[in-house]
Write a protein that binds this ligand. Structure first.
Ligand SMILES: Nc1nc2c(c(=O)[nH]1)N[C@H]1C(S)=C(S)[C@@H](COP(=O)(O)O)O[C@H]1N2
Ligand SMILES: [Mo]
Length: 519
């Protein structure tokens, strides 16, 4: 027995750090596991992350999308976890001498998680249920902290030899126990996070379209290695949304409500939709966050019911100029009534490239509106369409410095060459895509080494709501570094402007240029 009389001596700082970390980790792990078992309830970390997403200033979101692309979500989660861990560690270190401070700090963390859960828009469960994981996190973290600190304080003199005052074996057991909790909590979250929707999707057999899409015309696909597939496979289709966890929305029990300035409110089940006259259309979606030459554009075959048909069933009243669409995770978009009732192929879609919508792309149903950026039209996990007026509401991004109206700015992209791709001199084959949804592409021009513009070869057109591919074979290439620039002209006779516009408030413009090497 160590007989030091220094009763105020405290455990080493790292023992406090470990105590703080273990306390928070065990609480979060249990909370995460519990959340996963409650359908539609976000975990405490997700709720805090969701707050960060909603409160982030628009420039930060642009930075994140630009720097991290679709990895922005894991990075955000990582940031939340790292911040939390750091806070808990500092609390533990202080707690060796001032347990009250540590307890208050951990209680504050728990309270933060509870507050985040209390206003988490993404939950699809009741508010009371949504609070359960964060309350459990608070209780477990505090209990763990109290036990660990009591051990630290109670056996100060032995603490150096016996980390956490638990003795070596006790310490090992505690660490292993928490590690197991974290692993189990995480695994349960992975396995059960979207279980209901995944099972529901697996059980769906989509009906054939009453009005199928014509086949993709021969020659719509440019046969050059590196040029996009004309129809983007689901696994390659870009994904953009604010959802940290994909909303878990099984088709059974799902309901689409169409209401507001209508003669007759509609409530449609998934079955109701499947039994309607379904149509199929290829439409190219584009995200406002797409930089010139960027990847956030994709072309798919959508199966669904025209919004015009649904709104005719409901009977739109005079004076309405917008629909406000809402998702299961309470994201919203505002779309001009004209765009969803005119003769473009705006749809409530339930199928994508011959399959039920993938969970990430809006299962069980989403909106697709040709010609408008996704943030003002393409609501995924759709549950509600309110016929209303623009003067009475704002969509999610419109409250965050983006415009209310956002037609897609027509654009063109170079798929090949990739930046600094090397070609043999006799084989410089270029290609890419251009889009001007609802108008159509008339011409694509190229300029090599800033020389005169000349026309690229246009591939066959599918329809004016899809992109169109282009190609060019440069057979007089000389060895060295070259550049190629692209610009499109649409069927309204407008040519892409060289003027650069940023993403915010309503989309980029400018000409893409790529450098490449000829050997
Ligand atoms: N529920 C929900 N729907 C949403 C979004 C979202 O954040 N939440 N983002 C929109 C945006 S900005 C775009 S560009 C499209 C992208 O659709 P995709 O992920 O299927 O490509 O979805 C739209 N629908
Ligand atoms: Mo978007």
């Amino acid at each position: 027995m160590n007989t030091t009389t220094q009763t105020r001596a405290s455990a080493p700082w790292w023992a406090g750090a470990i105590a703080g970390f273990l306390a928070a980790a065990s609480g979060v792990a249990v909370g995460t596991g519990v959340a996963a078992l409650l359908q539609g309830v976000p975990s405490p970390i997700e709720s805090v992350g969701n707050r960060a997403i909603d409160y982030a200033p628009p420039f930060l979101k642009e930075f994140a999308v630009k720097q991290f692309g679709t990895a922005d979500k894991p990075i955000l989660i990582g940031g939340v976890v790292a911040t939390l861990a750091l806070f808990a560690i500092v609390a533990g270190v202080i707690g060796r001498k001032k347990p009250r401070v540590a307890i208050i700090a951990v209680a504050l963390l728990g309270a933060l998680a509870i507050a985040a859960a209390a206003i988490d828009r993404t939950t699809t469960a009741s508010r009371a249920l949504t609070l359960v994981p964060s309350v459990i996190t608070l209780v477990v973290s505090l209990a763990a902290l109290l036990v660990l600190l009591a051990n630290l304080r109670g056996r100060e003199e032995a603490a150096a030899a016996h980390p956490l005052g638990l003795g070596r074996r006790g310490f090992l057991k505690a660490s292993l126990g928490v590690t197991a909790l974290v692993v189990i909590g995480g695994a349960v979250g992975q396995i059960f996070g979207n279980a209901a929707a995944a099972a529901s999707r697996a059980g769906i057999r989509l009906p054939r379209a009453a009005k199928p899409a014509p086949a993709v015309p021969a020659g719509a696909q440019v046969e050059i290695e590196g040029v996009s597939e004309f129809v983007t496979p689901n696994r390659d289709f870009y994904r953009v949304d604010t959802a940290l966890r994909i909303p878990d929305v099984p088709a059974d029990g799902w309901n689409l409500r169409i209401h507001g300035m209508v003669d007759k409110e509609l409530n449609l089940s998934f079955r109701d939709l499947m039994d309607m006259e379904l149509e199929e259309h290829r439409v190219t979606l584009t995200c406002v966050s797409n930089e010139v030459g960027g990847p956030y554009v994709g072309n798919a075959l959508w199966l669904g019911i025209r919004t015009a048909t649904l709104l005719e069933m409901a009977g739109v009243q005079d004076g309405a100029d917008a629909i406000k669409s809402t998702s299961a995770d309470r994201w919203t978009a505002g779309t001009p009534i004209e765009a969803v009732t005119d003769d473009r192929n705006a749809m409530v879609a339930i199928g994508m490239n011959g399959q039920p919508l993938p969970l990430a792309h809006g299962f069980p149903a989403r909106l697709v509106v040709p010609g408008l950026y996704g943030f003002v039209s393409a609501t995924k996990w759709l549950t509600d369409i309110e016929v209303t007026k623009f003067s009475d509401f704002k969509g999610y991004w419109t409250t965050r410095d983006y415009t209310a109206l956002a037609p897609i700015k027509f654009s063109s992209r170079i798929d090949v060459p990739k930046s600094f791709q090397a070609f043999p001199a006799d084989k410089v084959r270029m290609g890419g895509v251009a889009w001007s949804q609802t108008v159509g592409i008339e011409k694509v021009e190229l300029s090599i080494d800033k020389g005169d513009w000349f026309e690229a070869e246009l591939a066959a057109e599918d329809n004016v709501e899809t992109w169109r591919q282009w190609s060019y074979v440069w057979d007089e290439a000389t060895a060295g570094i070259h550049s190629v620039q692209v610009r499109a002209t649409n069927k309204n006779g407008e040519t892409q402007t060289s003027e650069r516009a940023p993403i915010r408030p309503n989309g980029t413009t400018g000409w893409q240029s790529v450098q490449f090497r000829v050997e």
